[in-house]
Design a protein around this ligand. Structure first.
Ligand SMILES: Nc1nc2c(ncn2[C@@H]2O[C@H](COP(=O)(O)OP(=O)(O)OP(=O)(O)O)[C@@H](O)[C@H]2O)c(=O)[nH]1
Ligand SMILES: [Mg+2]
Length: 584
């Protein structure tokens, strides 16, 4: 059996099956040179009608020898009327040659016969045929054939399934009495409370059994397993008992955290605790108290924001939240501005309005009072040609390059960068590499203060009045910098309507109307050419704003504003950078 192979040739009509069988038979030396068959064409089309019409009507067997293999081969008809012939022979064979004309590409019958073959569990080999034809496009045809396979995912995926089961070893776990579960993820349900997900590392766990939670800081909480789930497809199925190696969800422990161990008894001991990266940046979430507050969103009060944040941290373990001395302001800490921006975006979609501050890093002090700041390990991969600008940008950000590797056209760079310097880097990277650069970062350590990092060089153009922006007014304002609003936009006093070309903030009046004394320019706006406004995405806006500014995020609008809207009050308040510290 080890030396037998049984295959069929399948294709759309006229794509060259029978001719290919000729070649296989002849080149494997099946006929002696003086045999009549050696010079005949389409040997397998032996019926008179087949020869007359030039098509195969009946499926037929042949065989050839190759090395010490005996290969049985079945030629099949491609014409749609004879599909039954193809279907019938499928239980004889284990593989098919799917022949496709390089000029015509896959056709209706190609699809049909491939489906039959895959349903029968035959392994396919694609043969792109007639590549000598004038309009042959073998590469394109190959792509098209690949598409066909994607439509039969169950069939093609089989080699991958086999590879997974063959190469991935069974779970590292051991059977026995009692149990240990290492918690790797959390979820929350209003009915069940906290659900801890993880692998049964040892033993077996049953519903109703007493258990303990071995916390990361050494504390032990006694409790009971109230429910166990495992996964079937995307569904969570309740089960009564789970065994070593299973990945399951458990309920019964409200304060279990990622990295901690659930076990049958304290003596079982905790598995090595894997701490998650600490939050290194913080942003303020505040009630939208601006004049347009509540116009777009339904969830606008401090209570709405706090409830939403509380719900978020039940499952999002990388975030921390805290109340501040101002009941309308909450502190949200996390691993990066993107992570927090995603939360803001979700909140907008749920109908929330919220003011969000610029991300500020969380500092620490060492035993002797020296300032320490979070240092991240940065990984960047960029095209060679962008190396110069990226390195320059990184050096402004106080990055210390630790390694650099050239692979083909790409360079991968590793660096230690203060988190402060990393804010806004992703946007720069995308611009510097036309989107080809990729980056990621991990917490490295709290290290010594890396010193001054240059911040935004432009001040803001701040509206001094409320109303609708007019093109007449914006036309004058755009002389001073870049606009962020368009005519017709609602603006208010204290709102940022543009970027000043200079470093300071200046008040502007975007709602001014032209006096209608000059008859010729009646019909405000005609003939005025405004430059395209600067439209910032949420993430970009968050890293763009200064310490005394907010992004106003509502379901329909993103606006930038000064924290203090009143001009006189704002002038009196000093723009000081308040340092935020980690709350241990
Ligand atoms: N240019 C070119 N023509 C080919 C090639 N292979 C086969 N043909 C021609 O294509 C036509 C059909 O060939 P067959 O071998 O009868 O095709 P088939 O798939 O067996 O056809 P059915 O059995 O009727 O479905 C014939 O005229 C062959 O000479 C090739 O590689 N290049
Ligand atoms: Mg044929």
């Amino acid at each position: 059996m080890q030396h037998i192979r049984n295959i069929a040739i399948i294709a759309h009509v006229d794509h060259g099956k029978t001719t290919l069988v000729d070649c296989l038979l002849k080149q494997s030396g099946t006929f002696r040179a003086n045999e009549a068959k050696a010079s005949q064409e389409r040997i397998m089309d032996s019926m008179d009608l087949e020869r007359e019409k030039g098509i195969t009507i009946r499926a037929k067997n042949a065989a050839f020898k190759y090395k010490n293999y005996h290969v049985n081969i079945v030629d099949t008809p491609g014409h749609a009327d004879f599909g039954g012939e193809v279907e019938r022979i499928m239980n004889m064979i284990d593989g098919v040659l799917l022949v496709v004309d390089a000029a015509e590409g896959p056709q209706a019958q190609t699809r049909f016969v491939l489906r039959k073959a895959l349903e029968a569990g035959a392994k396919p080999i694609v043969v792109i045929n007639k590549i000598d034809r004038e309009n042959a496009a073998p590469k394109k045809v190959l792509d098209e054939v690949f598409e066909l396979f994607l439509n039969h995912a169950s069939g093609t995926m089989e080699p991958l399934f086999d590879t997974i089961t063959k190469y991935i070893p069974p779970p590292r776990a051991k059977a026995g009495d009692g149990f240990q579960v290492l918690v790797a993820n959390l979820d929350y349900s209003d009915y069940l409370g906290r659900i801890a997900f993880g692998k049964v590392v040892e033993g077996k766990v049953k519903v109703g059994e007493p258990a303990v939670c071995l916390h990361g800081h050494g504390k032990v909480t006694p409790g009971k397993i109230t429910m166990i789930y495992h996964f079937e497809g995307l569904k969570r199925i309740e089960i009564q008992e789970a065994h070593a190696g299973d990945i399951i969800g458990l309920t019964g422990f409200e304060d279990v955290f990622i990295g901690e161990t659930l076990a049958d008894k304290p003596e079982r001991g905790a598995l090595p605790y894997i701490p998650i990266d600490p939050p290194t940046i913080q942003m303020e979430f505040a009630v939208n108290d601006g004049p347009l507050g509540g116009l777009d969103g339904k969830l606008v009060t401090a209570r709405h924001i706090w409830e939403r944040l509380t719900r978020e941290i039940r499952t999002n373990v990388a975030l921390r939240i805290a109340q501040t001395s101002d009941p309308k302001i909450f502190a949200v800490s996390g691993r990066g501005e993107m992570q927090i921006a995603i939360l803001v975006e979700q909140m907008r979609r749920e109908g929330h309005e919220v003011l969000v501050s610029r991300p500020e890093v969380l500092w620490k002090k060492d035993a002797t009072g020296n300032l320490l700041e979070p240092i991240e390990k940065l990984f960047v991969e960029i095209p060679n040609e962008n190396l110069g600008v990226v390195m320059e940008n990184l050096s402004f950000r106080k990055a210390q390059i630790t390694s650099m590797n050239h692979v083909g056209n790409l360079v991968s760079v590793e660096a230690l960068v203060p988190m402060r310097g990393l804010i806004g880097f992703e946007t720069d990277l995308v611009n510097m590499t036309r989107g080809l650069g990729v980056m990621s970062h991990l917490f490295h350590e709290y290290g010594e203060d890396r010193g001054e990092i240059a911040a935004r060089k432009n001040g803001s153009l701040v509206s001094m009045d409320s109303g609708e922006a007019t093109s007449y007014a914006l036309n004058m304002i755009q002389e001073r910098g870049r606009l962020m609003v368009v005519p017709g936009d609602a603006v208010y006093a204290g709102m940022i309507v543009g970027e000043n070309a200079r470093e300071n903030d200046i008040p502007v009046n975007p709602v001014k109307e032209k006096k209608l004394t000059n008859m010729r320019s009646q019909g405000d706006g005609k003939g005025i050419q405004l430059n395209a406004p600067l439209k910032l995405s949420l993430e970009r806006a968050l890293e763009y704003i200064d310490v005394d500014e907010y992004v106003e995020a509502t379901p329909k609008n993103l606006r930038l504003r000064k924290k203090i809207l009143d001009e006189t009050q704002r002038k009196r308040a000093e723009k000081t950078r308040v340092m935020k510290f980690v709350q241990e």
